[in-house]
Ligand binder design. Structure first.
Ligand code: PLP
Length: 455
């Protein structure tokens, strides 16, 4: 197919004049000009100048089946022709929402058998927040209003999602967090573990949950929310002691556990869900991104039998979105799950690609700039440091070196994101071993160039 568009400079000028970008310093972007992506296939993006870029972030951690799957486009077109929209509010339903809810109930762990559809990850977490508070209200415990989360966790950028998340930059704008949200520290051993062993540190950070519950009063706590592996916080893989202790605590105080699988769901960690990889039993699971491989927006709150029974038998749950269970999005999700399952994409990613990538990724720790290389399944991070032995941070404002490295990656046609001075990857699950080699080669070259620039 021929690309037929305005010259890049004109597109950039129009973009700067009219398009407000998420999480972007607009004036800086206007000066530099956005890189304009025009098409994509597999793990490869093409920009408006015809450059081919290896997308090691799968878009925004979402294009799990890779770009350019015609099947998904065809299903969407078919569904649009047959039933482009109908709501699920007023005692009506439709086939795509029913069949997707059934499928999600089948693949989700434990007794997560009920699905509330949303439009995105953020508004799924808003749903979860309202649902857990409503649940306790219906159970005659309305004082269970508090929800505990973690600093540097990410749960979206709506008022609810942004409050649940622990990103101080988000809280600083718009009066967040909303009332009743409390944060404990994250299990980031490399950055914050000091002289403790990872195991002791994992336990200590989990025990902060118990301390917070006792401080607030156990009878006031509705739920704890966390990602199995923090994604946007920098791919923070918790020590092995962390999750068992968290589960002991939520069980002891009868607190609901919301596991945010927006990134970790649908194969990212080598299993269908991060909960399986980390051995977690959630009461509610948040899904988005990989549920449709990002081809169309969709979010889902997958809910346990215990919670659904109370919600279903209580008053009307006064909550929902026009696009809850959008038929086109549900049809695409079903087809996406079929591809992940029938083509063995999740299995191959976990069994074949993940070990290969792990070996190459962890070897990056021999680079003078890299202090730690962590990876679980197909999500990984490296921490950049001026001193590996002391795990020191750069004197430059946090993120400067990461930013330089990201720029070098982009110049070398590799999309790798930076979170502060950590570099992160999350490629499509369909990446091949040969493409992993290219990823690593370009990452090394970019690290070398970063080192040259900061010395
Ligand atoms: N939860 C997690 C763990 C995420 O990583 C994200 C997005 O990156 C969200 C929620 C928010 O999802 P969305 O951007 O679809 O609103």
């Amino acid at each position: 197919m021929q690309d037929n568009h305005l010259p890049t400079a004109e597109l950039q000028a129009l973009d700067a004049a009219h398009h407000m970008h998420p999480f972007t310093f607009g004036a800086e972007l206007a000066e530099k000009g956005a890189r304009i992506i025009t098409r994509a296939k597999g793990v490869w993006l093409t920009d408006s100048e015809g450059e081919e870029i290896l997308d090691a972030m799968a878009g925004l951690w979402c294009v799990n089946v890779g770009y350019g799957r015609e099947e998904l486009a065809e299903v969407a077109a078919r569904q649009m022709k047959q039933l482009p929209f109908y709501n699920t509010f007023f005692q009506t339903s439709h086939v795509p929402a029913i069949m997707l809810a059934k499928k999600l109930a089948e693949i989700a762990p434990g007794d997560l058998n009920h699905v509330f559809f949303n439009g995105s990850g953020s508004d799924s977490n808003d749903t979860n927040l309202r649902m857990v508070r409503h649940y306790w209200d219906l159970k005659g415990q309305p004082e269970r209003f508090n929800v505990i989360s973690r600093w540097n966790g990410y749960h979206g950028s709506t008022m609810g999602g942004g409050s649940l998340g622990g990103m101080k930059g988000i809280h600083a704008q718009g009066g967040l967090p909303i009332p009743g949200i409390h944060h404990i520290d994250q299990p980031d051993w490399w950055s914050e573990g000091g002289d403790m062993s990872p195991e002791d540190f994992g336990l200590a950070r989990a025990q902060q949950l118990e301390e917070k519950i006792l401080e607030l009063g156990p009878e006031t706590v509705a739920a704890f929310i966390a990602e199995p592996v923090q994604g946007a916080g920098g791919v923070i893989v918790p020590p092995a002691t962390y999750w068992p202790e968290i589960q002991r605590i939520v069980k002891k105080y009868d607190i609901l556990l919301i596991v945010d699988e927006v990134i970790t769901g649908f194969g990212r960690t080598g299993n269908w869900f991060g909960s399986e990889t980390m051995g977690i039993t959630p009461d509610i699971m948040t899904c988005a991104k990989g549920i449709t491989s990002g081809y169309i927006p969709l979010g889902a709150s997958i809910v346990s039998d215990k919670i659904a029974k109370v919600i279903d038998e209580g008053d009307e749950f006064a909550h929902g979105y026009t696009y809850s269970g959008h038929p086109v999005a549900c049809a695409v999700a079903l087809e996406n799950i079929r591809l992940l399952e029938e083509e063995g994409i999740v299995e191959r990613a976990g069994k074949e690609i993940a070990p290969y990538l792990k070996e190459k990724w962890e070897a990056l720790v021999d680079h003078p700039l890299v202090g730690e290389a962590r990876i679980v399944g197909l999500m990984g991070s490296i921490a950049l440091t001026p001193n590996k032995a002391t795990r020191a941070k750069f004197k430059a404002p946090g993120g400067t070196v990461g930013y330089i490295c990201r720029e070098r990656c982009f110049a070398n046609n590799l999309v790798m994101r930076h979170v502060g001075d950590r570099m992160i990857i999350s490629p499509p699950l369909t990446i091949t071993k040969a493409e992993v080699d290219i990823l690593i080669e370009r990452a090394r070259k970019s690290l070398d160039e970063t080192l040259e620039r900061i010395n």
